[in-house]
Ligand binder design. Structure first.
Ligand code: TRP
Length: 469
């Protein structure tokens, strides 16, 4: 029944913008710079690029092909290959909830900083970093911004694919791009900016360990919205005839350019101001306003615009996360779109309250040694996404019909995909092995062993009950 009424994207560029909108988000601008900073800069960047073009690009094609072929959202798409694989789709829906259990908190910070830019944040540059600490620990203010951010998500996703998500992506993504370029140019022309450039581009291999690889692959999955059925769901709305490999390549390239642009915007300025690259999650909220504060009045406007762009990038990503959960509830549970949106967003809202408070008044509440915010982040970024990608590659490579995959990727021969054999080889033999190797070396060197075990337990449980899901 669901097939008769299935929406599709209004235009080719509409899909591309929405998918790029999903990929480009806080992962690129908030997360990439501080993860790169924590993991040594240049060497991390090279490993990250390797992950992106060797693994993620191919996984992206696999997810899009799977989605368009089955014409159904994540859980259904996996289930149609075989009931045994249902759990991978369910893991994806669970990851959607978990990421949406902290993402809107950061989206709320970005929204708050739009207004803070205009109300005195930049007056005293020395106080900016301290302001961030105090702000996120406040038990009320960040919650209100988070709720505002979540409500906007609800409004967009209720409207559905064409009217809501696609329009938002088409208008807002180009604006973000232009803004980042302007800011990077400013940052790179500050005095002392050169040290930032060499931090970002000159690899220090001594700083590399198993953890660096795990951080890079986790970041790559997160940034490209892979490993949880998001691109499967978006692919299911794609029209027959659209070229999947080209779309995948463009999404991956745009996402990577934005991450590097974010690095170019932040690191030169960071070094110019004598700050440390290991600022952690506060990096963009401390460094960006400090850049703008050094620019006089024009800085206030640019700061406001920057946080508008960040909030918008976050929004076009979070709607895709919400859409994964909502599409599952519509396709598999028979809920109406509106009911599904309100129901899932309410649960996400409660999780976000716990996340936000875990950085302040609930900082003593820990499960297995970590608070709610870090728990949701760690479980998805370090465990579920990579394992979801691993099983997706195995399922596509070993359990789907090769000929059918080829026809999906080359549109029944209408748009030749010359590299098909190479793609197939990578998905089947190389990628599962590569993800597995990175995950095993990385997880062994990670401190949060309890959380890893918890994540594995959840996956085993889902796999065990998958036939009933
Ligand atoms: N990729 C987005 C970002 O970089 C976040 C995101 C959206 C995501 N959808 C996803 C991450 C699906 C993992 C899976 O901010």
């Amino acid at each position: 029944m669901e097939q008769n009424v299935r929406e599709s994207w209004g235009s080719r560029i509409g899909f591309l913008m929405a998918a790029a909108g999903s990929a480009i988000g806080l992962g690129n601008i908030w997360r990439f710079p501080y993860v790169a900073g924590d993991n040594g800069g240049g060497a991390f960047l090279i490993i990250y690029l390797g992950c992106v073009f060797l693994i993620m690009l191919n996984v992206m094609m696999a997810e899009l092909a799977l989605g368009r072929k089955s014409q159904i959202s994540a859980v259904g798409a996996y289930k149609r290959v075989s009931r045994r694989w249902t759990f991978v789709g369910v893991m994806g829906v669970l990851s959607g909830f978990l990421i949406m259990g902290f993402y809107p908190v950061v989206g709320g910070w970005a929204t708050a900083y739009i207004f803070k830019s205009f109300t005195g944040l930049l007056v005293d540059p020395a106080a900016i970093a301290g302001h961030f600490e105090v702000f996120i620990e406040n038990p009320v203010e960040p919650l209100l911004w988070m709720l505002l951010f979540l409500v906007v998500n609800v409004l967009i996703v209720v409207k559905g694919i064409k009217a809501g998500i696609e329009v938002a992506g088409k208008i807002l993504m180009p604006l973000l791009f232009v803004l980042l370029i302007v800011i990077s140019i400013k940052s790179m022309t500050l005095e002392g900016a050169g040290a930032g450039l060499s931090f970002l581009f000159k690899p220090d291999w001594d700083a590399v360990s198993g953890q660096t690889f795990l951080a890079a692959i986790g970041q790559a999955f997160f940034s490209l919205s892979l490993g949880m059925g998001c691109m499967v769901t978006y692919g299911s709305y794609l029209n027959k005839g659209d070229r999947l490999p080209q779309n995948a390549f463009m999404i991956v390239t745009m996402d990577t350019i934005v991450a590097i642009l974010a690095g170019l915007a932040l690191f030169p300025a960071l070094f110019a101001f004598g700050m440390k690259p290991t600022e952690g999650p506060g990096l963009v909220f401390s460094v960006a306003p400090a850049i703008f504060a050094a620019m006089g009045n024009i800085g206030i406007v640019l700061s406001g615009l920057f946080f508008v762009a960040l909030a918008i990038a976050a929004l076009t990503s979070s709607v895709s996360l919400l859409e994964v959960v909502v599409a599952y509830m519509i396709d598999e549970r028979g809920l109406k779109r509106k009911t599904a949106v309100v129901f899932s967003a309410s649960i996400m809202g409660i999780m976000c309250i716990a996340s936000s408070l875990s950085l302040g008044i609930w900082s003593h509440v820990k499960v297995l040694g970590v608070g709610a915010f870090d728990m949701f982040d760690f479980l998805t970024d370090k465990v579920f996404l990579a394992i979801g990608g691993f099983f997706t590659a195995i399922m596509v490579g070993w359990f789907m019909d090769k000929k059918a995959l080829k026809e999906e990727l080359n549109n029944q021969g209408e748009t030749p995909f010359k590299l098909f054999e190479g793609w197939y080889f990578l998905i089947k033999y190389v990628i599962p092995f590569a993800i597995g190797a990175v995950a095993i070396t990385g997880i062994r060197s990670v401190e949060e062993t309890g959380v890893v075990v918890l994540g594995m337990g959840i996956i085993a449980l889902l796999a065990f009950i998958s036939k009933k899901l």
